[in-house]
Write a protein that binds this ligand. Structure first.
Ligand SMILES: [Zn+2]
Length: 183
């Protein structure tokens, strides 16, 4: 127990000594938000690492990468009962809640909309919505999908995709109060 406490305090002290990661998030002139270094950095220097809050395979790689962490499938890989590949039991366990929700919904219209326009962003909204419904994420985090800059064309597209996502959930039988709280 003493050793564990000492290790923890050593790790905390090391973190404090390092300080926050030397990065900041700001707006770029043409590509939305970006991550900028706050000091000169060396080639190969690790600045920060964190688990992504949300990720989703693009349509073309849906069966080529892990459904949770997007690691590429080696050879044949291992497929779940739904045909989606998970690279590890940890990824399968982590994805269980939202994967169960996603498997109970017919995404054919939504997939067609995204694949025919080569869109990735709506998949992130879909995944995050399923995470909120399953309890894997809090509804408070939904604003991370808010674009940094909203143009009129962007608003029209977002409205169309919002309605498509909402109707997809409704057709799958999700109750109004669930979709109202997340959409
Ligand atoms: Zn994985």
């Amino acid at each position: 127990m003493f050793l564990r406490r000492r290790l923890l305090s050593t790790a905390a002290a090391a973190t404090a000594a390092r300080g926050p990661p030397p990065i900041r998030v700001s707006l770029t002139e043409s590509a939305g938000r970006g991550v900028f270094a706050t000091r000169p950095v060396s080639s190969g220097e690790l600045l920060h690492s964190a688990q992504p809050l949300v990720s989703h395979p693009s349509h073309s790689l849906l069966h080529e990468v892990c459904y949770n962490c997007l690691r590429r499938k080696p050879g044949e890989g291992r497929a779940s009962s739904g045909g989606d590949y998970f690279c590890s039991d940890a990824c399968r366990d982590h994805a269980k809640g939202f994967h169960d929700i996603e498997k109970n919904v017919d995404w054919s219209l939504f997939d067609y909309h995204c694949s025919s326009r080569d869109l990735k962003y709506p998949y992130m909204a879909k995944r995050l919505a399923c995470m909120v419904i399953s309890g894997a994420a809090n509804a408070d985090c939904l604003n991370i999908l808010q674009p940094a800059l909203l143009h009129q064309g962007t608003l029209i597209e977002m409205k169309e995709e919002f309605e498509l996502l909402e109707s997809t959930f409704r057709k799958a039988g999700f109750q109004e109060e669930i979709t109202t709280c997340i959409l």
